[in-house]
Ligand binder design. Sequence first.
Ligand code: NAD
Length: 488
Amino acid sequence: MQTFQHYIGGAFHTAETQFESRDPATGEVWAMMPEAREADVEAAVQAAEDAFFSPDWAGMTASSRGKLLLRLADLISENAPKLAELETRDTGKIIRETSAQIAYVAEYYRYYAGIADKIEGAHLPIDKPDMEVWLRREPVGVVAAIVPWNSQLFLSAVKIGPALAAGCTVVLKASEEGPAPMLEFARIFDQAGFPPGVLNVITGFGPTCGAVLTSHPKVAHVAFTGGPGTARAIVRNSAENLASTSLELGGKSPFIVFEDADLDSAVNAQVSGIFAATGQSCVAGSRLVVSAKIKDEFVARLKEKAEAVAIGNPQDMATEVGPLCTAAQSAHAQGLVAKSVACGAKLVTGGQPMMRPGHYFPPTILDCDGAENPPCLTQEFFGPVLSVTSFETEAEAVQIANDTAYGLASGVFTRDLTRAHRMIRAIRAGIVWVNTYRAVSPIAPFGGHGLSGHGREGGLQAALDYTKVKAVWLRTSDDPIPDPFVMR
Ligand code: NAD
C-alpha cells in the first residue's frame, strides 16, 4: 500500500488524517492519501504568501523564472512514464492517453517558460507635458488552483504554468478522486529548484478543503476546473474577499455532420470525440447533430466502432476504453440513460454498467429523434454516452447546436467552405473545430461561456490574466509644485 504526502512550503508532510484511494479498474484500495483540513490549507496559503513576498521569488528576474519552468518541463519529460502510470492507476484513464498527454504537458511548461520574460508593461503618450506615465504588469498574488480528477496534470499545467510565469505563487488542490499524479508531480517540482512555497500541493474534500481555500482572505485569484454547481459555491466563497475567478466548467458540445462531409474522418473524430477518456472529458462531443440524409449510415458506422472498441485494463497499451473513475460516475451514467430512455430515446448500443470488477461502462449511443426532452441532450454525463439528433436544414443544425446552456466546444464536418464559415459565426461556443475535433495546444486559448464558465486557459492572454496593471506617474519638471492654497 502506497502512502502519499502533501507538499507545503518546500517540504513533504504527512497529514493527520488519511483517506483511501481505489483503483478504478478493480475497485480495490491501493493507496492512502493525505486529507487537507483547515490547518493544512492555512499552512499552504501562508507558505504561498511568504514565498510571494520573499526576495528569492519576488526579486527573481522573469528570465530566471522562465529557466526554472524550463527545468521543470525537462523533469516532467524525464518522469513522464512514472506520472502516466500513476495517473492511470489512480483515475483509470488509459495508459496510451496518459502517456501521450503527459509528454505534451511538458510543452505547456516550455511555452510558459518562454512567456515569462515577454510579459511587458507599456508607456503611455499622456496628455500632460511634464509627466511620464507607464504601466507595470505585476503578479496578482496567491492563486488557488482547483482541479477535477480527469487529466489533472494537464488541467493544473494550464494554471501553474502561466501563474508562475507571471510571478504568482500557487496552492494547488488536487481532486480527492485520483490525486496520486499531482502528489507525485510535487516531488518532481521540488527538484526543479524553485524557492520553497512557490507551489504547494494538497488534496482533500470540497467542503473541508476546497471551500476553506477559496474563501481564504489571502487568496487573490481562484483558477477552477470542475462542474457548474461547484463553481457557483466557489464564486460565493471568493466573493467575501472579492477574489477574481476563472472557471473552466463542463459542456454538452455539439458535433455537427453535414451530408457532404468526409464520413471516414467524421466517424473517427466522433468516436474519439466522445469515447476518448471514457467520455470523462469537458470537451466531449456528446451531442451528434447529423444530417437526416446520412443519419442511418453514420449511426450504423458509429455503432460498429463502439462495439469493436477494446475495453479492458487501463494499464494495457492495447486498451481503448477504460473504467470510469468512480462508482458514482457509473451510476450517474446509468441513471441518465434510463431517464432518457423513459423520455423516448432509443438505445442503439451500450447503456448498462459492465458485469466485471471496476467501474466499467461501455460506449453507449442514444437516438433522440422523436424523444420528449430527454435529459441526455441537456445534462452532462461525463461518461461514454453519445446522444444523436438529426436535422434537415443548416438553420435547424444551428438551432439544435445552440440549444444548450453550455458553450465550451463544437465540431463541424463539411466540405463546403462557405457553409463552414457561416457555422463558425453562428455557433455559440469557445472553440469551433472544423473537420477536426479535440485538437489543443499551449498556444491556443481554451474556455467557454454560459454554464461552461468564463476566462481562458492557454495562450499569452492566460499569463496576462495572472497579472494586474499598475499605473506609474513620474513628474519630470524640476519646477516646484505650486502651493495649492496660494491663489495666482
Ligand atoms: P467537481 O466540481 O465536483 O470537483 C472539482 C474540484 O472541486 C475537486 O477538486 C473538488 O474537490 C473541488 N470542490 C468540490 N466542492 C468544492 C467547494 N465547495 N469549494 C472548492 N472546491 C470544491 O467536478 P468533478 O465532478 O470532479 O469533475 C467533473 C467536471 O469537471 C465536469 O463538469 C467537467 O466537464 C469539468 N471539467 C471541465 C474542464 C474544462 O477545462 N472546461 C476540464 C475537465 C473537467
